[in-house]
Write a protein that binds this ligand. Structure first.
Ligand code: GLC
Ligand code: MG
Length: 592
């Protein structure tokens, strides 16, 4: 037997060990409590997820094709969830994935509770949702309550006057017509209301011998939201998907939900008899107040499944008064100011005013900003490719929930399609010289993953061809590069988890006060009590901004560059008395 004492037999020795263990635990606690990330995490945990998450919009047809039929699908999206979580987004919103004849690429729903085979099946959806949850990603579905496809069962029975369904849609006998109405039973539409996609909003049904109303395509008949059964059916749809575990909905075209019940009245002062102009008066067909009760009903359904379900509503160009009513009714209305009120000639000052105006009067209502989507030209095309980082910086450092459109993180550009290549009916409703103004195909081109076949989107023939620039602009290249749009985006996504960015106020720096050119530089402070203080500064002007003094606005002369978009600065200490940036350059600076 060995003469060596067994390890620690004496009481003294045990005591020493106990003391050592206690000291180690205490040390771990101290380190943990002072660990910045954890502290931040703790403060973030008290906010609902949608206050700290970037919403990333996926247009499923165009994101990733898994079966090489040329159209993106749910399995494709699932394969890319890792990319999304690395990118730093917290939620994905999927444009419609439901059974559809695809006249408006899914915004014409045939059956709200079926997955279209083009995108996969219900098991694929369930797998996607469960894998997303594993990766801490939320899933938001598109909800299209204003209209269905004319191929839906509801419309089939409505057209045939079925007792239950006959009032599911908006029907009118129209007006007797003296001549030229042979195809419409000798009648013409009851009024001059226009479809958003051009032409009369009324379409004759030979079967029903009446006109039906369609705010969008004639293959998208508007539901009659005044019908209680319709209201219940739609709530059931929400329940169906909530039971599958979705985290919320983006509700489509809400301002079109109700029309005046008096169809004999014309809209007055329309600019054109064919083209629907947003700026015209559409009092009889948009923004009727009946929508708020519907929203409240949806909120009640959502709340049954938890307090943190998200509901974001699409209604362009609404007044602040209407905006506030959307909030009151339990939804967040998309704020499209950055899409609608900015253009290439908007200076930094003009941008500040647009942002201020969107935040104006929100009080405790949670802000949000959107930079792009499947209905609008991409950022690079609207403002110039040199501005992509600055715009992502703006979106991700402003207060509230940001919504990013797929591909903007790498600066994808609109893609040109000839008339013959065009797929979007909104474009094809016009002729060869006009279609480009209306087609939304350019912003829907396939995601550019790498420099391989079809940019890694599909090994088949993509439904829309990829942009010819894919060998230069793609995820793979931007991952490899030291500096890239993708890297800037990732850094911003990470940074905005800092408590300085997760509250709803922003303090603009007055540039002209310090002799700077406020047409070029947009700068603001993000900070909150006990948080670090950040200065965000971007050049949106058309001139070089030289030696701008930001020290007064920042309350300090020193800062540390933490995110750098396009400029020559390194991640270095910077003299806030003299900051120099040219168009499209931007910095996030931690004020020291
Ligand atoms: C929304 C969608 C758009 C669609 C329209 C009709 O505006 O974003 O893509 O065409 O509604 O559903
Ligand atoms: Mg496919």
């Amino acid at each position: 037997m060995s003469s060596k004492k067994k390890f620690c037999e004496t009481q003294k020795c045990l005591f020493v060990i106990l003391v050592a263990v206690a000291a180690a635990i205490a040390a771990i606690c101290v380190v943990t409590l002072t660990d910045e990330n954890l502290r931040e995490k703790r403060s973030l945990e008290s906010l609902p997820w949608w206050k700290t998450s970037i919403v990333y919009q996926i247009y499923p047809r165009s994101f990733q094709d898994s079966d090489n039929d040329g159209t993106g699908d749910l399995r494709g999206i699932k394969e890319r969830l890792g990319y999304l979580s690395d990118l730093g987004v917290g939620a994905v919103w999927l444009s419609p994935i439901f059974l559809s004849p695809m006249r408006d690429f899914g915004y014409d729903v045939r059956n709200y509770t079926d997955v279209d085979p083009l995108f996969g099946n219900m098991a694929d959806f369930e797998n996607l949702i469960s894998e997303a949850k594993d990766k801490n990603l939320r899933v938001i579905l598109d909800f299209v309550p204003n209209h269905t496809s004319n191929e839906s069962e509801w419309f089939y029975w409505s057209e045939r006057g079925h007792k239950k369904y006959k009032d599911y849609y908006v029907w009118s006998s129209g007006i007797e017509c003296a001549a030229g109405c042979d195809d419409t039973g000798g009648r013409r539409p009851p009024n001059n209301w226009l479809s958003v996609f051009g032409g009369s909003a009324w379409k004759w049904s030979g079967i029903r011998q009446k006109f039906y109303y369609h705010a969008f395509l004639d293959s998208q008949p508007d539901l009659n939201l005044r019908n209680k059964n319709v209201q219940t059916e739609l709530q059931d749809v929400l329940e169906f998907w909530l039971q599958k575990g979705v985290d919320g909905f983006r509700a489509d075209a809400l301002k079109f939900m109700f029309e005046s019940p008096n169809v004999t009245e014309d809209e007055t002062g329309l600019t054109d008899t064919f083209t629907w102009i947003e700026a015209d008066n559409h009092n009889l067909t948009t923004n009727l107040p009946e929508v708020y009760n519907i929203l409240k009903g949806w909120r009640a359904v959502l709340n049954k499944y938890g307090k943190d379900k998200f509901l974001i509503a699409e209604s362009y160009g609404i007044s602040h008064e209407i905006r506030d009513k959307y909030y009151e009714s339990g939804s967040i209305p998309f704020n499209f100011a950055l899409i609608q009120y900015l253009n290439k000639s908007c200076t930094a000052l003009c941008m500040r005013d647009v942002i201020r105006d969107s935040l104006g009067g929100l009080n405790s209502n949670w802000p949000n900003f959107v930079l792009g989507n499947h209905d609008n030209s991409r950022v690079s095309n609207r403002f110039g490719p040199e501005t992509i980082d600055a715009f992502n910086m703006l979106l991700l450092t402003l207060p509230g929930t940001p919504t990013s459109y797929y591909g903007e993180e790498i600066g994808m550009r609109d893609t040109f399609y000839t008339y013959n290549e065009t797929k979007d009916t909104a474009g094809l409703n016009y002729n060869e010289t006009q279609y480009m103004e209306h087609s939304r195909d350019p912003e829907r081109s396939p995601m550019q993953w790498d420099d391989g076949l079809n940019a890694g989107f599909s090994n088949g023939t993509p439904w829309l061809h990829v942009n010819h620039n894919y060998q230069l602009i793609n995820v793979k290249a931007q991952k490899l590069a030291d500096r890239s749009h993708l890297k800037v985006y990732q850094q911003l996504a990470k940074l905005r988890q800092d408590p300085a960015f997760t509250h709803n106020s922003v303090q603009f720096v007055n540039i002209s006060d310090v002799g700077g050119n406020d047409k070029t530089i947009l700068a603001y402070i993000r900070a909150q009590k006990n948080s670090d203080k950040y200065l965000v500064v971007m050049n949106f002007g058309h001139q070089y901004a030289n030696n701008v003094d930001l020290s007064k606005g920042a309350g300090s002369e020193n800062g540390m560059v933490v995110v750098n978009a396009m400029s020559a600065y390194q991640k270095e200490m910077i003299d806030l008395k003299s900051v120099t940036l040219s168009r499209g350059q931007g910095l996030v600076i931690k004020v020291m």
